[in-house]
Design a protein around this ligand. Structure first.
Ligand code: HEM
Length: 241
């Protein structure tokens, strides 16, 4: 079994299948995360509920986190190794190269992927760990996003990363279908309506957040010091003398 898995991983098609499967995990994650983040527009309580929903079961959350990390590592490793294999197969570049079918998204997929990795590390350090945040509060994602993304440099970086994500999704969603043979090769390979729709929806859904934060559209809210403060937010405190 181990030998079969190793042979599969060492083959070009094996790596492509690994990229496709881990890519699907990534696509599903970003769609879910984008929908969850849109609760920013509902306010602090809704955003807190979203954070708590993710923490319904800590073992499950950690299983999902480890699964996601493994998917990202395998995806990036397979991409790197495929690039190296392709370079080794043709050490001298073509004098002239005119691909029959290509897009800007396909040509920028590798550098876009590197940018997304850099974004992901920054993003986790900023909004999950909180070390790259000027005023981070554990379990207060509303204020963390509102304050963290109001910085023009940070908001600009988010918008740039979301553009890279859109291009990556546009090419990647189409490539998944090709690699796994889910649909027959089209006679119009540049007509990719599903890939375009997914990319546009995800980019729009994510990008409105840094823009709204930059424009100060999220109303200031008191910090949630801990979970009990969140309960107090849901049930307004009765003043006692
Ligand atoms: C405007 C864009 C985004 C916003 C506002 C945002 C917001 C957040 C917030 C608030 C958290 C912390 C959640 C919590 O601890 O409860 C988080 C975690 C995370 N985000 Fe994002 N995010 C954005 C884009 C992205 C993108 C594009 C990706 C992937 C490419 C991503 C991947 C992650 C991951 C992997 C986590 C860690 C989840 C965990 O701790 O279990 N985010 N994000």
């Amino acid at each position: 079994m181990q030998v079969i898995l190793l042979r599969f991983w060492q083959s070009t098609i094996g790596k492509k299948v690994v990229m496709a499967v881990t890519g699907i995990i990534g696509i599903l994650f970003v769609i879910g995360h984008m929908l969850g983040n849109l609760t920013m527009f509902k306010g602090q309580e809704a955003m807190y509920d979203y954070a708590m929903l993710l923490r319904t079961s800590m073992p499950l959350l950690w299983a999902a986190r480890i699964g996601l990390i493994a998917a990202v590592v395998l995806h990036a490793l397979a991409a790197y190794q495929l690039t190296m294999m392709s370079r080794a197969a043709r050490p001298t570049a073509y004098a002239e190269r005119r691909p029959q079918v290509t897009t800007f998204a396909a040509r920028t997929i590798r550098w876009g992927g590197v940018l997304l990795l850099v974004f992901l590390v920054f993003h986790l350090l900023q909004l999950t760990v909180g070390v790259l945040h000027p005023d981070f509060t554990h379990l207060d994602p509303y204020n963390n996003v509102r304050i963290g993304l109001a910085n023009p440099l940070v908001a600009g970086f988010y918008v740039l990363a979301m553009a890279a994500l859109g291009l990556h999704l546009y090419h990647g969603t189409w490539a998944v279908v090709r690699t796994l043979g889910i649909a027959r090769p089209s006679t119009q390979p540049l007509k990719r309506r599903l890939a375009l729709a997914i990319a546009c929806i995800v980019v729009a859904g994510f990008t409105v957040i840094p823009i709204a934060a930059l424009l100060g559209k999220f109303a200031p809210a008191p910090k949630l010091v801990d979970a009990s403060a969140a309960t107090a937010l849901a049930t307004p405190a009765v003043e006692t003398r």
